[in-house]
Design a binder for this molecule. Structure first.
Ligand SMILES: [Zn+2]
Length: 88
């Protein structure tokens, strides 16, 4: 069974390196480094087949991912790692 420690206890453990207030004020540094983008979607036809696909192009790196359904896409770009949460 997993055990968790309380934040207050964790803060107490590291006294001597930082004081409690300093730790609470540390910025969540990597959050800002995550790239954000969106999929630019276009419908493409497969030659000689009655199949259409939906091509998603990453707005950040131009990487492409094709899916059979319009609704399908990655939450993250598999090419550059951008989180796909920008509004259209
Ligand atoms: Zn990308």
């Amino acid at each position: 069974m997993a055990e968790y420690i309380k934040r207050e206890d964790a803060l107490g453990c590291v006294l001597g390196v930082f004081d409690r207030q300093r730790i609470k004020e540390l910025p969540a540094a990597d959050v800002e480094e995550v790239k954000h983008g969106k999929w630019i979607q276009e419908q493409i036809k497969i030659e000689n087949m009655s199949i259409v696909r939906y091509r998603n192009t990453c707005s950040e790196c131009g990487g492409k991912a094709d899916f059979l359904l319009r609704e399908l896409h990655y939450s993250y770009c598999p090419h550059c790692g951008a989180k796909m949460d920008l509004e259209d």
